[in-house]
Design a protein around this ligand. Structure first.
Ligand SMILES: C[S@@+](CC[C@H](N)C(=O)[O-])C[C@H]1O[C@@H](n2cnc3c(N)ncnc32)[C@H](O)[C@@H]1O
Length: 485
């Protein structure tokens, strides 16, 4: 552990280094809805200093530092952290996870305030937790100072500049009107021009929506249950859910819960999946008896949905260049009762070459910036680097070119991202059509009625979902039909 000295604010809390007990941490980080700045700033919270045990704050700092010091997804870091800290009681873990999730969402605002204090402090985990306690949780400065002063052995006492920071932030609102949008809405400043180009005058409303925690959506597995049956099973377990507004297979839980012991999940009746992702999978229009390849299958989120749409009839191949991800799909497929799926390593090109011109549906759920998933994956916005976008655009282009020859005449290549950036979406599709004149864009509306039903949400031939407009992740879908060889 790194113990922070007063003039050395990095790190700052002790760690126990206890043995691993194993725990489904990622679910927990996601299952706790981060308190909104408004909720966190309620006077009730502020008047409960007793709910601020030093061990909880020390653990919050250690966990945040661990997330920020690796380039790995927070879920994986949280899982390892919780395994290493079996000493932390469940309620403390819950509060710690909610606090860390809130800091990840509000980091830009917290950093803006740390810079505005002009104390020459470099924001790190300890300073961000300090700022969170004052600005978002509305803790009194004396409470915060006493917490650090009285926690010898767990927290290093505040240094001089840290004390000055506490004084500077005391009573300040988390997001004052003069704060720039990127800080208020919690995203890296360099992304703002890109998002501005994507959203135009809707930038603020969309970014604020993207900053909120996502609801917990479930997709009903048609191989095992109807929506009504799945809803009844959830209700019997004490879980309250509502049908999602657009996906005919979706159920939205009324609050985020840890699904670790959910019977309906364990028996394969439902699978967690954002409503936008459900819609993307439905628009593939995979039918029983067809030959379908999920070309970037990952851990099988959409493969599961495709298998259900095919009612286990026909051939479904889940492919990925990282075979380890496909391995993780195995247990999920078994649980869901999906038996028509074979897994293929996409780096072994010989097999794919033999499939040329044979496949009815090829789904390319491409690697992307993931900006559309920022509601669900709070730390992803801080892992994205400016140089990632051109690299991803080139990769998407290469994947589309690899996947296109697989498609049979009259078959479809369905291109999906979880991004809102035109460079990854519309521009990528237009460039593909210019390179592949045998393909034509099939308007999403022509597939929507039969697969999703209700009024089509696409405003043009391609579909862009957004959190503010549709309450889903920011998914993009384009359907490309092969009209000639
Ligand atoms: C957005 S993720 C897929 C998510 C998955 N479809 C789901 O619904 O859970 C993109 C995936 O593309 C894979 N990938 C990247 N390059 C690829 C390539 N050239 N061929 C196939 N898969 C690739 C990555 O390993 C990653 O698992």
């Amino acid at each position: 552990m790194t113990r922070a000295g007063p003039r050395e604010p990095r790190g700052g809390a002790r760690k126990s280094g206890r043995p691993d007990t194993g725990h489904a941490a990622s679910r927990q980080l996601k299952s706790k809805r981060a308190p909104s700045p408004e909720a966190a700033s309620s006077p009730k919270r502020a008047s409960h200093p007793a709910s601020l045990p030093p061990a909880e704050i020390a653990a919050s700092i250690d966990l945040l530092a661990a997330i920020e010091s690796t380039g790995r997804p927070a879920d994986a870091v949280v899982a390892a952290f919780l395994r290493s800290r079996p000493d932390l009681p469940a309620p403390l873990r819950g509060r710690m996870l909610a606090r860390v999730d809130a800091v990840l969402r509000q980091r830009a605002a917290l950093d803006w305030w740390i810079a505005a204090s002009r104390l020459g402090l470099d924001p790190d985990a300890r300073l961000r937790i300090l700022a969170q306690l004052l600005l978002a949780e509305r803790r009194a400065p004396e409470t915060v100072a006493a917490l650090f002063a009285g926690a010898r052995g767990l927290l290093t006492p505040l240094g001089g500049r840290e004390e000055a920071l506490v004084a500077a932030l005391a009573g300040k609102p988390l997001a004052p009107p003069e704060m720039p949008l990127f800080a208020r809405a919690g995203f890296p400043a360099w992304v703002e021009p890109l998002l501005g180009a994507a959203f135009g005058e809707r930038l603020e409303i969309e970014m604020v929506a993207l900053a909120q925690a996502a609801p917990l959506d479930l997709r009903v597995n048609r191989l095992k249950a109807s929506r009504e049956e799945a809803l009844a099973a959830l209700t019997a377990e004490g879980l309250r859910a509502q049908p999602t507004p657009y996906s005919p297979l979706g159920l939205r839980l009324e609050r985020r819960v840890d699904l670790g012991r959910c019977q309906a999940l364990m028996t394969g009746l439902v699978e967690p999946q954002d409503e936008g992702s459900q819609i993307a999978a439905l628009l593939v229009d995979a039918k029983p008896g067809q030959y379908v390849i999920d070309y970037c299958a990952g851990a099988g989120g959409k493969t599961l949905a495709l298998a259900a749409a095919m009612a286990n009839h026909g051939r479904l191949v889940a492919a990925d260049v990282v075979f380890g991800r496909l391995q993780r799909a195995r247990a999920r497929l078994k649980r869901a009762g999906a038996f028509n799926v074979e897994r293929r390593d996409a780096t072994i090109r010989k097999w794919f070459k033999r499939q040329a011109g044979r496949v009815d549906r090829v789904l390319v759920d491409a690697p992307c910036t993931g900006i559309g998933s920022w509601r669900r994956v709070a730390d992803a916005r801080w892992r994205l680097r400016p140089e990632d976008l051109p690299e991803l655009v080139a990769r998407q282009r290469a994947i589309l070119d690899e996947a296109a020859p697989l498609v049979a005449l009259s078959g479809r290549l369905v291109y999906v991202t979880c991004s809102v950036l035109p460079a990854e979406n519309e521009a990528q599709v237009e460039a593909f059509l210019a390179r592949h004149p045998g393909f034509a864009l099939l308007p999403v509306a022509e597939v929507w009625a039969e697969t999703v039903g209700g009024a089509c949400l696409a405003s043009g031939p391609m579909l862009q979902l957004t959190p503010a407009r549709h309450g889903t992740g920011g998914f993009f879908v384009a359907i490309l039909e092969r009209r000639r060889a």
